[in-house]
Write a protein that binds this ligand. Structure first.
Ligand code: F6R
Length: 364
């Protein structure tokens, strides 16, 4: 049951710290700070390319995985939605490697992608939440997210658990390919091990996020912006808001603003930015300043350091804990999901069963 929570989604949002801890403990040794992966269906040191296929939020997790794996393991990654991948007829070298990501492990388009990949001689690893699912069974290997059952149609804890697994894979690949030292591994592992407690701290900012939701609930259109591995999280924020509140939202790479979407900016459109301090901060901040200069209502998720600069022009700033750059996609996913939840509650929509959607999409 959903206990004292109003919706399964709310309960599942509050399970983030436990689920992230459980999933990380599965693949990361907290004592030695080493990634421990089970036997994989391919050798990450020997492959030259990786294909990632998934749908919806799971695909957005895959996009983050692409940033991480390319960065840490210097391995080229192709990430696509399964419905495109399966009809794209992409050139695949015999003996190549692929990762499929799915909560249910039953999504029709991704099952088709799995069969196509196997027919093309690829070694397929799936990242799934349901151990007895078709995808887990038919793949050459499976890594489980330890998220427990997810009842709310909108994915929450399963998404961050997918990110946790992909983070461990990226570190493991980096080690196997000799792109990361044990020191780097230890530093990244340490950052990941701090994620559950940061996740709990973020959930305690519920009242602030609800106050932001009051503003967002009045909007007809909302833009989410991010850069680097936070760009897919901007897409996740927009997807979740559309899905459960029925407000039109779009996610954009912050640097793409001036190539079109800035034309939408006026005093009605909230521009929600994921903008922690760090290497890309100045770039995103300058995009936001441009939006503010055109009357845009900038609302930023950042840390104390970032807040100092953004408060000069942002209408609202939500200060999240300062976390290691590597873990920002996992942690910044939580407030955008929570924001969508509160907006939906304010709008009075059916949060756990949004119209026209099914938890498991077993038809094309
Ligand atoms: C978004 C959402 C969907 C799923 C997608 C894939 O909140 O829940 O976009 O992520 O339908 O489902 P799985 O992960 O079961 O393959």
């Amino acid at each position: 049951g959903r206990g004292n929570y109003r919706h399964f989604m709310e309960k599942e949002l509050h399970e983030h710290p436990a689920v992230l801890g459980d999933t990380l403990r599965q693949y990361l040794d907290p004592k030695t700070l080493e990634v421990r992966l089970p036997r994989l269906p391919f050798d990450p040191a020997k492959i030259t390319r990786l294909t990632i296929s998934a749908c919806g939020s799971a695909f957005l997790a895959g996009m983050v995985g692409r940033y991480w794996i390319e960065q840490l393991a210097r391995l080229p990654v192709d990430a696509d939605v399964a419905s495109e991948f399966r009809y794209r007829n992409p050139p695949l070298a015999e003996g190549g490697a692929a990762i499929l990501i799915s909560q249910s492990g039953e999504t029709a388009d991704n099952m088709a992608a799995l069969r196509l990949l196997k027919d093309a001689g690829q070694h397929v690893l799936s990242v799934v939440n349901v151990p007895e699912s078709s995808m887990a069974r038919e793949s050459h290997g499976a890594l489980l997210t330890v998220a427990g059952p997810e009842i709310g149609v909108a994915s929450t804890k399963a998404f961050t658990a997918q990110l946790a697994v992909l983070a461990c894979l990226a570190i493991g690949f980096g080690r196997a390919r000799r792109e990361l030292s044990t020191l780097d591994e230890g530093r990244l592992a340490q950052t990941l091990l701090e994620v559950p407690s940061h996740a709990a701290a973020i959930l305690e900012q519920d009242a602030q996020i609800r106050a932001l939701a009051v503003e967002v609930a009045k909007a007809r259109d909302v833009l989410f912006l991010g850069r680097g591995a936070l760009y897919p999280i901007a897409l996740e924020g927009a997807l979740k808001l559309k899905e459960i509140s029925y407000i039109h939202a779009e996610g954009y790479a912050a640097g793409e603003m001036k190539h079109g979407p800035i034309a939408l900016i006026d005093s009605e459109v909230p521009v929600i930015a994921l903008c922690p301090s760090g290497p890309l901060f100045e770039k995103t901040a300058s995009n936001l300043q441009e939006a503010a200069a055109r009357g845009g209502r900038v609302m930023a998720f950042t840390d104390a350091e970032g807040a100092a600069a953004l408060s000069r022009f942002a209408e609202r700033v939500i200060i999240l804990p300062k976390v290691g750059e590597f873990s920002t996609p996992i942690l910044y996913a939580i407030p955008v999901q929570l924001l969508a939840y509160h907006v939906a509650v304010l709008k009075g929509t059916d949060v756990d069963q949004p119209r026209n959607l099914a938890k498991s999409v077993t038809v094309e």
